[in-house]
Design a protein around this ligand. Structure first.
Ligand SMILES: Cc1cc2nc3c(=O)[nH]c(=O)nc-3n(C[C@H](O)[C@H](O)[C@H](O)COP(=O)(O)O)c2cc1C
Length: 192
């Protein structure tokens, strides 16, 4: 467990540019997905769904993105469309994390949404801890209605992120982190 806390103090995402084949084995992918289900979830509403996208489905998603991008940007050029076609080919495995909330429930919707963020972070951490490359990405297509429809989502569903998973080509340098004192303060009681 000491190892885990040390890991959390130095963990970094591995960006898709530094990611190659292979992706997680089936067993490891299942562990990553189960870690995503083992998150704080007020009221046990399971307000998240995970969809894996791999193999040929990645090129099919690319076609979906290309069409949606063209529709949203009628003046775009062929090079831009090609970038969209290849987005899901950047990693061997992608997990779409969908926030599925019930706004009528007594548990505030905000808390249901937060649980999806926890699911993303747990899966990211699980994959990184197993030594895989992993990055949490939204990009424009997480917010596009055509893309959401193609994934079979309801209009009210939200995409919390796409977790791109693969094998790292290099270890990342650390990036600047916030000053502890800018973020953390101690509360001593209400202002007089
Ligand atoms: C909800 C969410 C969406 C993100 N979307 C993107 C994105 O679209 N593109 C991107 O380059 N990074 C995105 N990031 C940032 C990366 O996941 C990550 O924070 C960054 O690569 C460095 O993270 P690290 O501190 O884990 O190394 C997103 C992060 C979050 C939490």
């Amino acid at each position: 467990m000491a190892e885990m806390s040390d890991f959390l103090l130095s963990r970094r995402s591995i960006i898709v540019r530094n990611m190659v084949e292979p992706g997680p084995s089936n067993d490891d992918l299942e562990k990553i997905l189960i870690a995503g289900m083992r998150v704080p979830d007020h009221g046990r509403l399971t307000p998240w769904r995970f969809k894996t996208i791999r193999g040929d489905a990645r090129a099919k998603m690319g076609e979906v993105l290309a069409k949606a991008f063209q529709k949203a940007n009628p003046d775009c050029i062929e090079e831009q469309i090609e970038i969209e076609r290849e987005r899901f080919l950047r990693a061997p495995v992608v997990i779409a994390v969908i926030s599925v909330t019930n706004p009528e429930h007594k548990i505030p919707e905000w808390e249901q949404i937060l649980s999806s963020g926890a699911a993303c972070q747990n899966m990211l951490t699980s994959a990184l801890a197993m030594g895989y490359a992993a990055q949490w990405i939204t990009e424009w297509y997480a917010y596009n209605e055509n893309v959401k429809n193609s994934l079979g989502l309801d209009n009210s569903d939200r995409i919390a992120g796409f977790l791109y998973l693969g094998t790292r080509t290099e270890d990342p340098k650390d990036r600047a982190r916030p000053e502890f004192s800018d973020i953390v303060s101690e509360w001593h009681g209400p202002a007089l």
